[in-house]
Design a protein. Structure first.
Length: 266
């Protein structure tokens, strides 16, 4: 090889290999701050969510867990810090095309947030119909029946109004609606709140089923320790507006931070 080529090569380091997409966090929160008037809710939240994992955000009621969830989906903008989904910043006021991000996400709201004026079947296919007006009634019914089956609800529930359903059935129906667009990411806001222990177990089992069957990335906000220990791959503990612990359920059980121990012990 000519000396000039050797010299040229020595001047340029070998470029670093790009990090594979599968190895990057799917969702990242960096230095997130959020206040509502004089109330400071988030005080510098840092959190990464890996692809395909079930991450539980644990903490006291009213501590800001749901506020984190709403930042992840772009419903709220931070006062400082940023939110990235698949390395793309979605937290800037200048961010456009949030619809493309929303299409990759489904959300089960705390109270299910069903439309009272629509029957169960209409609730399930609402987002699908909004995104694709070309679907025929037969195709919409097929989607509705398939998603009801995913959450162990029979097609004959389709004509019932939300007011006719139990709390557990409303939660499952909300989950069927969240799944209708086949999201990559599923967000759960207090999925077992207000439910009896038996129904809570049904919801926990459904979350695990969605995780294992569909391979979704899930973020679950809860203050229910039983639920957290059952469904989580990792747990993040929110305390006074900051994440003070992240680890496996077993690591949470043995954590020696007195703030964590007080919550787990209680």
């Amino acid at each position: 090889m000519e000396p000039s080529l050797l010299t040229s090569a020595s001047r340029h380091p070998v470029p670093t290999q790009a990090v594979p997409a599968a190895a990057r966090p799917l969702i990242e929160l960096r230095g997130l701050h959020k206040s509502f008037g004089a109330q400071q809710v988030l005080r510098g939240v840092d959190l990464s969510v890996r692809r395909g994992e079930a991450l539980v955000i644990l903490g006291a009621s009213g501590g800001g867990k749901s506020v984190i969830l709403k930042h992840c989906i772009g419903l709220l903008k931070p006062d400082a810090g940023e939110v990235r989904v698949d390395s793309r910043v979605i937290s800037s006021p200048a961010t456009t095309d949030l619809a493309a991000i929303h299409r990759r996400m489904g959300m089960l709201f705390q109270g299910a947030a069903l439309f009272d004026s629509m029957n169960a079947g209409e609730n399930v296919i609402f987002a699908v119909r909004e995104h694709d007006r070309s679907l025929t009634p037969a195709q919409l019914r097929e989607i509705m029946v398939r998603n009801l089956a995913l959450v162990n609800l029979k097609p004959d529930i389709a004509g019932k109004m939300p007011s006719e359903l139990s709390g557990g059935m409303k939660k499952r129906l909300g989950l069927a609606r969240a799944l209708a667009l086949k999201p990559e990411i599923l967000l759960y806001d207090e999925p077992t709140t207000g439910l009896d222990p038996v129904t809570s177990e049904i919801i926990n089992d459904l979350i695990l089923h969605m995780q294992h069957k569909l391979g979704m990335t899930s973020i679950i906000v809860t203050h229910d320790l039983t639920s957290a220990f059952k469904i989580a791959d990792r747990i993040a503990f929110l305390y006074e507006g900051r994440i003070i612990f992240t680890g496996t359920p077993e690591e949470l059980r043995t954590c020696d931070d007195p703030r964590v121990r007080e919550f787990v012990g209680a």
